[in-house]
Write a protein that binds this ligand. Sequence first.
Ligand code: MG
Length: 225
Amino acid sequence: MSLDLSHIDAWIFDLDDTLYPPEQGVMGLVQARINAFMIDAVGLPEAEARVMQRQFLDEHGTTLAGLMANYAVDPDKFLREVHDVPLDSLEPSPRMAEALARLPGRRFVLTNGARCHAMRVLERIGITDLFDGVFAIEDMDLTPKPAPSTFRRFLDRFGIDPHRAIFFEDTPKNLEPAKALGMTTVLIATAEHLQSTGRTGGDWIDATAPDLLSFLEPLALRDAA
Ligand SMILES: [Mg+2]
């Protein structure tokens, strides 16, 4: 890999399906709850609700943003209910803790999920203390990635220079505004994962790795600050 990361002093990570692999199944559980909430909120049969939900994802970035634009839903209730899933399938990862700990600079989580969910997941993996900040959907005023305004708000909050930042994500389109702002971008996804989610990459992606550890562990880094 020929990426020069010697200038990087802010390491930014998406949470779900990035800091842990999709095979661990957490997002499947959350997604099932989102789908159930959606059907209930719009009062349509499942198939029709699913079509509408896909439209919401395309046009608004998340099911919640689409619901809020079109229906009277309580966002707090939504976030509480959809993230209330067991995390038994999520494996604690001392390897991930070690790989993150050696990165020189500050580390952040930037997630479209709820703050309580992010904190539970980090705790379960065993990496909570390694982050300098967690920026969740509540911090975005519920305007999710990939909205450029959300990235700018995040950078302002923590005083991050995007030209010295790298962003890791499993959702290709969320990397596009990051690149436009000057960040280095890494897609964390296997070809199978991309195919199964119907996603495609683009020229805004600087590097791709099948999982986060296989990118981080081989890095030759300057000494951690
Ligand atoms: Mg993700």
